[in-house]
Design a protein around this ligand. Structure first.
Ligand code: NAD
Ligand code: DAU
Length: 340
């Protein structure tokens, strides 16, 4: 039997990186190609335990580089494409939206063209619940797959645009696609510009934690390994053309998240500093995952077990995040925040 070839874009980033490790270890019969441009958010040191494995390959490339991508697809004849590569941080999209359109929209379109010209079995487009816009604080309302797209940030607008292109390539060309829309992920290798790893790393260094506005905005947290299992399931069992929401009913206010981390690490809440709110800050995200549960998915982490595991991981892997926050990140942080 010929071996299946899987192309994972963005496999040097947070979720794509966890997914690559999960797939390389779970499916020795698949060849896993990690394609990544290695932007500020990508690093390969996280893959030291799999990099020598026979079923792992790395390709440095830009998904928006049409010629390179078309040549690669023609040469390798991938069976599956799992598309994570993106600019992913909302705050950066407010400061500099252009690269979000280039990578998230144009890059996705290049991959779709390459996929339709080369007879792939499945294209899974990893999207986000942020394309639905925001919910109010009524705890009985949730995003379903039928919720209209109403993105509010340049980041979520670029992701919604890419979702529409994926849908159009299914309708027009019959490309076998799925779109997944996941809530906020957390876990190992989360880049320390995002709320949870930023809080853990700063609290460990006894530095102030910037909380936007009043800290009452709500996010629905999902452990990254539960997200990886969801994508594995959708890739193998998803019905072509369908969208699947991914989330585990773990809603917390930002202040609750920050206070949980501070108390787990035995530090003082005096570290919290309320700062100017994010522009267009979405109030609440919350996922109804019924459709994916009916396909056979169930999360294994609660927020309590997941955050404890994650905090322990950051304690055990200081060298990984310390090397990030000591570099160019310092400039980003100074420009983004003015902390006392
Ligand atoms: P990330 O920022 O940690 O990683 C993105 C990766 O993409 C990096 O390795 C980067 O080098 C690579 N990349 C960027 N531009 C590229 C280009 N032009 N060509 C090739 N590679 C490029 O992102 P993440 O948090 O792991 O998110 C992955 C995907 O999941 C994104 O599509 C994001 O929209 C989606 N998503 C993220 C979350 C979350 O909570 N982080 C939740 C739902 C959906
Ligand atoms: O919902 C899925 C999305 O989750 C993904 O599509 C995005 O790629 C991912 O970055 C994440 O977006 P958020 O904007 O929700 O994540 P972030 O960690 O940036 O912020 C979480 C919440 O914490 C949000 O309400 C803003 C707030 N926040 C964030 C930062 C960085 C703060 O209060 N202070 C901060 O310094």
């Amino acid at each position: 039997m010929t071996r299946k070839k899987l192309l994972v874009t963005g496999g040097a980033g947070f979720i794509g990186g966890n997914f690559v490790q999960y797939m390389v270890n779970k499916y020795p019969q698949y060849d896993i190609y990690n394609l990544d441009l290695l932007t500020y958010a990508g690093d390969l040191t996280k893959h030291k335990e799999i990099q020598e494995k026979d079923n792992y390959f790395f390709v440095k490339a830009d998904i928006a580089d049409r010629e390179t991508i078309l040549n690669l697809f023609e040469k390798e004849q991938f069976d599956y494409v799992i598309h994570f590569a993106a600019e992913s941080h909302v705050d950066r999209s407010i400061t500099d939206p252009e690269v979000f359109v280039r990578t998230n929209v144009m890059g996705t379109q290049v991959l779709l063209d390459a996929a339709r010209l080369n007879n792939i079995t499945k294209f899974v487009h990893v999207s986000t619940d942020e394309v639905y816009g925001e919910l109010d604080f009524n705890p009985t309302t949730f995003f379903t797959e039928e919720t209209p797209l109403q993105p509010n940030s340049p980041y979520s607008a670029s992701k919604a645009s890419s979702d529409l292109l994926v849908r159009a390539y299914h309708e027009t060309f019959g490309l076998p696609v799925n779109i997944t829309r996941c809530s906020n992920n957390y876990g190992p290798y989360h880049f320390p510009e995002k709320l949870i790893p930023l809080t853990i790393s700063r609290v460990l260094n006894d530095e102030k934690v910037p909380v936007y506005g009043d800290g009452k905005n709500i996010r629905d947290w999902l452990h990254v390994l539960d997200h990886c299992a969801a994508i594995d399931l959708v890739m193998h069992e998803g019905i072509n053309g369908e969208v699947y929401n991914v989330g585990g009913h773990n809603e917390r206010t930002n202040l609750e998240v920050v206070k949980t981390i501070i108390s787990t690490l035995g530090k003082s809440e005096d570290l919290i500093e309320f700062v100017k709110d994010r522009l267009g800050h979405d109030k609440r995200y919350a996922i109804d995952p019924t459709k994916l549960e009916n396909l056979g998915w169930k999360p294994t982490y609660t927020f309590e077990t997941g955050i404890a595991q994650t905090i322990q991981w950051y304690l055990d892997n200081k060298e990984w995040w310390e090397q990030i926050i000591s570099g160019e990140y310092q400039n980003y942080f100074q420009n983004q925040y003015s902390l006392k």
